[in-house]
Design a protein around this ligand. Sequence first.
Ligand SMILES: [Zn+2]
Length: 113
Amino acid sequence: MGTTSCLNCGMLVHDGVRRCPKCDNPLDRQTDGSTVTIDIAHQGERVHEALRELETAIKETRRGMAKNLRVIVGSGAIRDAVIARVADYERRQVIISHQLEGNNAGAIIVRLK
Ligand SMILES: [Zn+2]
């Protein structure tokens, strides 16, 4: 089992612990402000495969310290499906918010924390 350290007090805690045992800070909301980028559209993925990759990446990235997940979606059917999916995640508060990156929007920024 891995460990991370509390950004507030530096206490080492096991992965999956949601509250720091020392300073009571909510660990699952701590973030170092970083962005993790994934590409789910350029290895011949089908739409359902891309959505599965998206779901896995969101789950795994939420466990870490990153604030944003930047999802490269290309310009086709995957993009449309991912936009619909993250809008649904936002409604259900799985994520905080999402936005298209720039004007050509081949990427979506998903704010996790
Ligand atoms: Zn702490």
